[in-house]
Design a binder for this molecule. Structure first.
Ligand code: CMC
Length: 391
């Protein structure tokens, strides 16, 4: 007691025991509840993965149907929420809007704040699984000045996300199976990633028993930053910038290596992966397939591949073990699916939602103590107080 170990950024500090996600950063391995990410991305759908993460096992048909029905039955939000959405400037960043709306849900669902049983927990979980995609879709609809819509309850969870975002009034919305499959895969790949910045935020806010929705709202805010989930937007903006500047990738490689220059190669590097991010491998392959299937030609894809090739052969990146991460190619797919750049991090949040929930639930079920790191004080010693007139 009394001795405090400093670890800024918690680079080497474990905050909990967890049975949800296994990650080996040296070997580039990622598993949810023991299942390889490659298998889940290929064979499962997002709602199954959500159930797996939250409750620990893959659902059977009946369990999955019940989960989906409970989510659908709880997806409506209070009519007054529409007024809140309307009060945001149409140019507001969707992540700020989504975080505020998630927090506002607490006011409309007071029963979800004080969670005292597994049943309370379940009710809060199906409510947020239902309402969060509605809020995300309405955030986009506000930007596009489109009426708010609950979509079509006969559709699957991911299908309805697209429908709620893109259905135009008085027009049929035809779901493209290529788009649905691509989005489903991206959501699965983003669904959990152990104690990352936003997840640790959710756990630490939840550890004060602040309630699920308040904890998730804080998670959305943490995810927003460009060093975390906001990197997917930053990558596309960077690639666009390189394209407009004549496509000289070598110039930007030099900038990224220059310690005087704040520019970093966005979508590169990771706190834990010192090898290929297994998610980036799957997403890179999927980017080629999806763009091919949709007949989209995006010049930034070849710029991205060029950057990757140069970085993997460059001493600076090799020495520091910097590889492309999940955000490097995901934006290129989102863009091919018709999702606007400023919504990319919202898509990440939609995918991460079940992970945040699973981690929060685990933390509460294990009755973890309040999160409260210590510090080493380096400020002034005791000083005499001086009246304002005498300063
Ligand atoms: N470009 C250039 N240099 C880099 C980069 C980069 N993208 N990433 C790390 N470095 C350098 C860094 O300057 C440092 O060099 P030195 O040892 O000479 O000081 C070294 O590599 C180690 O980096 P760090 O910043 O100490 O590592 P960290 O674990 O604190 O940061 C990171 C991890 C992901 C924040 C960082 O790699 C980064 O800023 N990457 C770009 C943003 C990004 O793509 N974020 C998404 C992360 S993955 C998904 C997610 O979390 O949402």
């Amino acid at each position: 007691a009394g001795i405090i170990t400093l670890d800024p950024g918690y680079k080497n500090t474990g905050s909990c025991e967890s049975a949800i996600t296994y990650l080996d950063g040296e070997k580039g391995i990622l598993r949810y509840r023991g299942y390889a990410i490659e298998d889940l991305a290929e064979k499962a759908d997002f709602l199954e993965v959500a159930y797996l993460l939250i409750f620990g096992e893959l659902p059977n048909k009946t369990q999955l149907e019940k989960f989906h029905n409970d989510i659908k039955a709880n997806s409506e939000v209070d009519e007054d929420v529409k007024k809140i959405v309307d009060s945001f400037p149409r140019t507001a960043h969707p992540m700020g809007v989504l975080s505020s709306l998630t927090s506002a849900l607490t006011a409309f669902n007071p029963s979800c704040v004080d969670i005292n049983s597994e049943e309370d927990m379940y009710q809060a979980i199906v409510k947020i699984m239902g309402k969060f995609p509605v809020l995300a879709a309405w955030t986009l609809r506000r930007r596009n000045a489109k009426p708010y819509d609950y979509g079509n309850a006969s559709l699957g969870y991911v299908e309805n996300m697209l429908y709620m975002m893109f259905k135009k009034p008085n027009e049929e919305y035809k779901l493209n199976p290529v788009v649905v499959e691509a989005l489903d895969k991206l959501l699965i790949l983003h669904a959990d990633h152990e104690q990352n910045c936003s997840t640790s935020t959710v756990r630490i806010v939840g550890s004060s028993h602040a309630g699920l929705f308040a904890s998730l709202s804080a998670g959305v805010s943490a995810l927003w930053g460009p060093l975390h989930g906001g990197a997917n937007q930053a990558v596309i903006e960077m690639l666009e910038g390189i394209k407009e500047d004549g496509g000289d990738t070598a110039k930007y490689m030099e900038k990224a290596k220059d310690k005087e220059d704040p520019f970093r190669l966005m979508g590169f590097g990771h706190r834990v992966y010192k090898n290929f991010d297994p998610r980036a491998k799957i997403i890179k392959k999927s980017a080629d397939e999806v763009l091919g299937d949709l007949g989209v030609e995006d010049p930034v894809l070849s710029i991205a591949k060029g950057l990757e090739k140069q970085a993997l052969e460059d001493d600076y990146f090799v020495k520091r073990k910097l590889y492309p991460n999940v955000d490097f190619y995901s934006g290129i797919i989102y863009r091919a699916l018709g999702i606007p750049t400023e919504m990319f991090t919202v898509m990440f949040a939609l995918g991460r939602l079940p992970g945040w929930i699973a981690q929060w639930r685990e933390m509460r079920l294990k009755k973890e103590p309040i999160g409260r790191p210590r510090q080493v004080y380096v400020g002034e010693n005791l000083r005499p107080f001086v009246e304002v007139e005498k300063r």
